[in-house]
Design a protein around this ligand. Structure first.
Ligand code: CUA
Length: 319
């Protein structure tokens, strides 16, 4: 058929490579709509130009012939669009139904959005920030929620999108048929670091996935390196490792520094202050920064990760 254009050509022209069967089906439907729209555009605009010349008044006495209606013509130009619209409706419903109905037995991963990072929690309890792993050719269901404001999960290569709503669970499913690393975006404006709220989807072979599941992500790392990994996953959107001001204060040379707060008090930065700032961030708000911006990380970081962050901040301090 005319609109059945090669999958690779279609996706490279408009969208990132299609990595699921659903994505290819979405692309085919879009290609159909695009081709039909182009044909309709050529017919309407072409007819408009043709008739403008054909019935142009050529002399002062030139009269437009009296043309009455044509039942055949009117039926044809109503019936053909009707058929096209019904095709688009049925085809669209069919793709939408399948993309919203997760197959039973799909592997479940919980996804939490929070200003401004993504957290992924597996059945085994394994947690990850800003990246997650899935096996190729297996259906995966994402159960999505938000800890603060509206966010939205969008994975362009899978052509799927779903809001993350505080106080309720929403879901998405996909079955990646290509191995590789695919970008996930937050696609609901959620504050000034919205554009930094990114994650990577790693699609790997079944064997690699099993290996990864068993593997301790912090194996062979010392505390400061664990802290650096946590920083890159959870803190980087708002805190620089220099003393540059982002959403929150920079992390360079914090230890031993005298930090003053909005309420006029101050402390010398030590392990206790850092720990409190991670678990109860609004207890002491640094002068020049608004109250209530940083979410709490209580219950989200293991003790080892918390200590790791403290150790990492120490390593950013010139002794
Ligand atoms: Cu989260 Cu935009």
């Amino acid at each position: 058929m005319l609109f059945w254009i090669d999958r690779a050509a279609a996706s490279s022209a408009f969208m990132p490579p299609a990595a699921t069967e659903t994505a290819s089906r979405v692309d085919s439907l879009y290609m159909f709509l695009l081709v039909v729209s182009l044909l309709a555009c050529v017919l309407v605009i072409g007819g408009f130009i043709y008739f403008a010349f054909k019935y142009k008044r050529r002399t002062e006495t030139d009269k437009t012939p009296y043309i009455t209606h044509s039942n055949v013509l009117e039926f044809t130009w109503s019936f053909i669009p009707f058929v096209i619209f019904m095709v688009a409706f049925v085809w669209g419903w069919w793709v939408y139904h399948d993309m919203r109905t997760a197959p039973s037995g799909a592997m479940e991963i919980h996804v939490y959005g929070q200003k401004w990072s993504w957290e992924f929690v597996y059945k085994s309890g394994k947690r990850l920030s800003n990246e997650f792993y899935v096996p190729v050719n297996e259906p995966v269901k994402l159960i999505i929620t938000s800890k603060d404001v509206l966010h939205s999960v969008f994975i362009p290569s899978f052509r799927i999108k779903q809001d993350a709503v505080p106080g309720m669970y929403t879901s998405l499913w996909f079955k990646a048929d290509k191995e590789g690393i695919f970008q996930m975006f937050c696609t609901e404006f959620c504050g000034d670091q919205h554009s930094a709220m990114l994650a990577k989807v790693h699609v790997v072979s079944k064997e690699k996935y099993e290996d990864w599941l068993r593997n301790d992500p912090y194996k062979g790392l010392d505390l400061a390196q664990i802290g650096e990994k946590v920083y890159q996953g959870r803190c980087i959107a708002c805190h620089a490792v220099t003393d540059q001001k982002k959403v929150g204060p920079g992390f360079a040379n914090l230890l031993g520094k005298i930090q003053s707060f909005m309420d006029g008090s101050s402390v010398t930065v030590d392990e206790n202050y850092i720990r409190e700032s991670i678990l109860n961030p609004n207890a002491k708000v640094v002068s020049g920064y608004p109250q209530g911006v940083m979410p709490t990380f209580a219950g989200q970081l293991a003790e080892q990760e918390l200590t790791g962050v403290i150790q990492y901040l120490k390593s950013l301090t010139n002794q």
